[in-house]
Design a protein around this ligand. Structure first.
Ligand SMILES: [Zn+2]
Ligand SMILES: [Zn+2]
Length: 256
């Protein structure tokens, strides 16, 4: 399994992109920095997009990819919970802000949308996909993705503390988890459903207690203005837990 980090951050600038991951060139998870990271031919190779929740930094490129694929007579499958579907169809692809690509072109619409339900394994493009609720906004889900060869990753999406329940459902070899803010912003992180390095440490400790191991950990969704602090604090956590934790960056490639 090849995992490419297209966007690794929660804010966009010339040097940082909204969150988006790409698996084996075929499966994208979240669409923050999707079109801005991929050539048109690479966009046409996409088979499916999994969306975790409706926040703008996670769905921003859905209209853009839909237009690109529409113009190239290609279709794509999008999977999400009902609330993400409602947000996209009511506010983005509503025929006003942008065309309704769920209905256009009439004979073969560009977007084929499927609603996923938590804790139900779906077969998507040869991968086993399990959506697991995390603690963020409405119903936000993380996705466990298992390849045909049995390689497994879990991406938490945005989440606040207390993932004890979530950990029970997953057994990844690679954990991609959000760490948005540095330790001094713990109160903000708790209120807005995000993690800091010290909150990450608690979550990883509970993972190890429940699962009996720790996978390799990749941190994503960092606030670029806090990234230096986050990096320093995370390396201390990695040392204490004696487990590799790496900050993701745009263009990072991971092999499993
Ligand atoms: Zn969010
Ligand atoms: Zn976010």
């Amino acid at each position: 399994m090849n995992i490419q980090v297209l966007g690794a951050h929660n804010c966009e600038s010339q040097n940082s992109k909204f969150i988006s991951l790409l698996i084996d060139d075929a499966l994208a998870i979240d669409a923050g920095g999707l079109t801005s990271s991929l050539s048109f031919p690479a966009q046409q190779k996409l088979k499916a997009i999994l969306l975790t929740h409706h926040h703008y930094d996670h769905i921003r490129d859905v209209p853009a990819i839909a237009m690109n694929l529409f113009l190239r007579s290609t279709a794509i499958n999008i999977y999400s919970t009902q609330s993400v579907y409602d947000a996209i169809t009511n506010h983005l692809l509503n025929g006003k802000l942008y065309p309704d690509f769920l209905k256009r072109p009439q004979d073969n619409p560009t977007i084929k949308f499927t609603i996923v339900r938590p804790h139900q394994t779906e077969q998507i493009e040869g991968y086993s996909i399990l959506a697991v609720p995390v603690n963020h906004t409405d119903l936000t889900v993380g996705y466990q993705v298992t390849s045909p060869e049995g390689k497994t990753i879990f991406y938490t999406s945005d989440t606040g503390p207390d993932l004890t329940e979530c950990w029970k459902y997953i057994s990844p070899q690679l954990l991609i988890i959000e760490v948005t803010a540095s330790n001094k912003y713990e109160e903000f992180a708790r209120e807005s459903g995000h993690l800091t390095p010290s909150l990450l440490k608690q979550e990883l400790t509970s993972f190890r207690e429940i699962k009996g191991y720790l996978p390799r950990v990749i941190a994503v969704h960092m606030d670029p203005s806090l990234e230096k602090e986050i990096e320093t604090e995370i390396s201390a956590v990695a040392q204490t837990l004696n487990n590799p934790i790496t900050l993701a960056y745009e263009g990072m490639q991971l092999e499993l």
